[in-house]
Design a binder for this molecule. Structure first.
Ligand code: E4P
Length: 217
């Protein structure tokens, strides 16, 4: 499963890239606003840190303007992936861009039928938001399992990008289902490293090592 960082924070992205585990980045207008940076400038900088897809989202609601925005965004770098909302105009834009060889991430997906539409429109990635479903008392992971079944039934190549990930259990569940990608805040990705027995084990080994009076260097 590929790991994307869901952030526009450059320091966090650099930090994760250094682990070798970062396969791409997703941003959205809220994350750009949180960064306090210029959209074009920060997206260009992110594209220079990772060679994987970097999602940059259009803000227009109509197809013609979405196409104009996408034209500007895709010039930023070869690894820019245009993010469009799951609306009729968004999917028209998705079809036009993917037909032209541009990567497209269809975002704000909340149903398996919507995911089916996105795949038919040639989306490179579909982003179902699991956390926002959970927030509303619906099991977001059931949606991932349904989309996985539908895409397997018909051999769609659209990658399932599990979004709105809130905790490490979401990551585990996504991997068990066989999702292609998950995007999570850097904090959640870093939590994947943690286990109390790892910490305890290191503590015990170091204590015993100290008692030997030896040193490696
Ligand atoms: C996906 O690409 C979105 O940027 C993101 O995962 C939304 O997450 P949120 O529900 O935590 O805002």
């Amino acid at each position: 499963m590929k790991f994307f960082a869901d952030t526009a924070d450059i320091d966090d992205i650099k930090d994760l890239a250094a682990t070798g585990l970062l396969d791409g980045v997703t941003t959205n207008p809220s994350l750009i606003a949180k960064s306090g940076r210029d959209f074009m400038e920060v997206t260009r900088e992110i594209c220079g840190i990772t060679s994987g897809p970097v999602s940059a989202e259009v803000v227009a609601l109509d197809h013609a303007t979405m196409m104009k925005e996408a034209e500007v965004l895709r010039k930023i770098a070869d690894n820019v992936c245009i993010k469009v909302p799951l609306t009729i105009d968004g999917l028209k834009t998705c079809k036009a861009l993917t037909d032209d060889g541009t990567m497209v991430n269809v975002t704000l997906c909340f149903s398996a039928n919507q995911a089916l539409l996105a795949a038919k429109a040639g989306a490179s990635f579909i982003s179902p938001f699991v956390g926002r479903h959970d927030d509303n008392g619906v099991d977001g992971m059931e949606l991932i399992a349904d989309i996985h079944t539908i895409y397997s039934n018909y051999g769609f190549e659209t990658e399932i990008l599990v979004a709105s990930v809130r905790h490490v259990t979401h990551v585990l569940q996504a991997a068990l289902i066989g999702a292609d990608v998950m995007t999570a805040p850097p904090k959640v990705i870093k939590q994947l490293f943690n286990h109390v027995l790892t910490d305890k084990g290191i503590e015990g080994f170091l204590k015993d090592w100290e008692a030997t009076g030896q040193s490696i260097l």
